[in-house]
Design a protein. Structure first.
Length: 145
């Protein structure tokens, strides 16, 4: 199984959709807690769903069960919790949600996990991919651009 991740921040629409087309992903799985923010530009939910279909022939789905809780996100972004604390709490949240049992593997086969962060290093999409790769067989992960 090939699983990709991507963030839209600091990417033009041309670069973003080009990366998705080059990778030949079939489904974009939006793992953002808030996917309708005015700051999202072309990546707002309804616009993104339309553009993915029209430009790349890619399906769109939003999975809140792969997003952090608002309190977890606020603790990290607004209250100064460390990245290590955030990682630990997010891994615990995924264990509690049992995402390895509730997310259909076929949904994520040749799919890309989307979040806003430019790089995967400090983004929960990387944590989701790593968590599932530890629990499912033969998962390879590639972080796009």
């Amino acid at each position: 199984m090939k699983l990709y991740t991507i963030g839209f921040t600091k990417k033009s629409a041309e670069r973003f959709f080009g990366l998705l087309r080059e990778a030949e992903v079939t489904t974009l799985v939006d793992v953002r807690l808030n996917n309708v923010s005015q700051l999202a530009g072309f990546a707002k939910r309804d616009d993104l769903k339309y553009l993915l279909s029209e430009i790349c022939g890619i399906n769109y789905t939003h999975r809140l069960d792969l997003a952090p809780t608002q309190s977890l996100l606020d603790d990290y972004k607004k209250h100064g919790a460390s990245w290590t604390t955030y990682e630990d709490r997010f891994f615990e949240l995924m264990r509690h949600r049992r995402i390895e049992d509730t997310i259909p593997q076929e949904l994520l086969n040749n799919a890309v996990l989307l979040c806003s962060e430019d790089k995967a290093h400090h983004c929960h999409r990387r944590l989701v991919a790593a968590y599932l790769a530890q629990r499912w067989n033969n998962v390879t992960i590639e972080h796009l651009g």
